[in-house]
Design a protein around this ligand. Structure first.
Ligand SMILES: [Zn+2]
Length: 176
């Protein structure tokens, strides 16, 4: 009988700085781009950092290299289309990532209401799309268990990532 699963994603090797098979598995999964949904890294203190060929880098960058190789990556940032950052609660789905300049990256952060440390500023940021009222309502609706993040994102006109982060409290943390 045919035994064992064929190992499809054996290389290149991603060695984790904080040894975590879980994050490594998440990175490999994210690099495949099998889902349109954001893949959010949670449960790590600060930025989830991986070592790749001896260099430390954010998880999103490791995902990009796994999927596309290192060509053209020097001096460029791995940026997000979805409003997710690279830190904890950041998105690493390859479908959400693009290679951009530092200025592109900074513009993404402003648009997503994050600062350089990935900290959300909520409505006070001045460039919000969601309002406090929206977030409270979205959290209430989601708690009822009848709507998905995708449906809520469509309702409020934001990305699924932004919606998920707001509902889970990763952003708008100051709202109780
Ligand atoms: Zn995303």
């Amino acid at each position: 009988m045919h035994a064992g699963r064929k190992r499809k994603y054996g290389s290149p090797l991603v060695k984790m700085k904080r040894a975590s098979g879980e994050l490594q598995a998440l990175i490999r999964e994210a690099a495949k781009g099998h889902t349109q949904e954001c893949i959010i890294v949670t449960g790590f203190q600060g930025r989830p950092v991986v070592k790749f060929n001896g260099k430390s880098m954010p998880a999103a960058r490791a995902v990009w290299i796994l999927a596309n190789g290192t060509e053209g990556i020097d001096g460029m940032d791995v940026c997000h289309r979805c409003g997710g950052g690279s830190g904890e609660n950041g998105c690493i789905n390859i479908r959400c990532l693009y290679l951009g300049t530092r200025a592109d990256n900074a513009a993404d952060m402003v648009a997503a209401g994050r600062d350089r440390n990935g900290d959300p500023r909520g409505e006070r940021n001045g460039r919000h799309v969601l309002t406090e009222k929206d977030v409270r309502e979205a959290r209430r609706l989601y708690a009822q268990g009848t709507v998905t993040y995708t449906a809520l994102a469509a309702k409020y006109g934001v990305t699924v990532a932004a919606m998920r982060l707001a509902v889970t409290g990763a952003t708008w943390r100051h709202l109780v």
